[in-house]
Design a binder for this molecule. Structure first.
Ligand code: SAM
Length: 181
């Protein structure tokens, strides 16, 4: 299992970023996203997209993100511009993750992340050591973790499916007898 924890959420201001952390986690192969419990609106948006475009993907709220980190039964990656270079540690993380045997928690921040998170993490990982965005960092990290395989993922229980095309937009409703397999 790969779960993504969004640490910190400023209502209003962070609504789109938290939503995009969830949508990116879903689109790029994570199994689950967990938001702080004041991010109900983002939770609703991500759950709604999952209903329409398929899963499996879970989005949850937690009253205590720090407890999730403390009690996590697996490895923890914290994405931070101060961390080790993703290209140096991705292999080690992949081996430890063992193709889903060992659950992996990927933590991304909003504003300043407290030092206990750096200490709780098995790896503090920088996607470059430049300041940018939790959404961008998460996307690159997941793509490295899955070595691109997430791009071929099949979606189940979708109401609709986008038909890729050179020009134009086509969205078809997924047939009742086609669960995406
Ligand atoms: N300055 C804040 C701090 O010291 O923790 C970070 C704020 S940044 C806008 C929000 C989040 O984006 C960070 O917590 C981190 O998860 C992610 N992030 C930003 N730059 C990153 C990078 N180069 N590599 C990995 N994650 C990054």
């Amino acid at each position: 299992e790969v779960a993504v924890l969004r640490l910190g959420h400023r209502p209003g201001r962070d609504e789109r970023m938290t939503t995009h952390v969830g949508l990116t986690a879903r689109a790029l192969g994570a199994d689950r996203a967990v938001f702080p419990d004041n991010a109900g609106q983002s939770h609703e948006t991500v759950a709604d997209i999952t209903d329409r475009f398929g899963g499996p993907f879970d989005v949850e709220l937690t009253a205590s993100p720090k407890a999730l980190i403390r009690n996590w039964d697996g490895r923890i990656v914290h994405l931070t511009m101060y961390g080790e270079r993703v290209q140096d540690v991705e292999g080690e993380i992949r081996s430890a993750h063992h193709d889903d045997e060992d659950p992996l928690l990927v933590v991304v921040g909003a504003e300043k992340v407290s030092f206990d998170v750096y200490e709780a993490a098995d790896w503090n990982v920088g996607v470059t050591n430049q300041p940018h965005s939790e959404v961008a960092g998460l996307a690159v990290f997941l793509d490295r973790l899955f070595e691109g395989r997430e791009l071929d993922r099949e979606w189940v229980d979708a109401d609709r499916r986008v038909i890729p095309m050179e020009t134009g937009k086509r969205v078809e409703s997924a047939d009742a007898d086609d669960d995406g397999e």
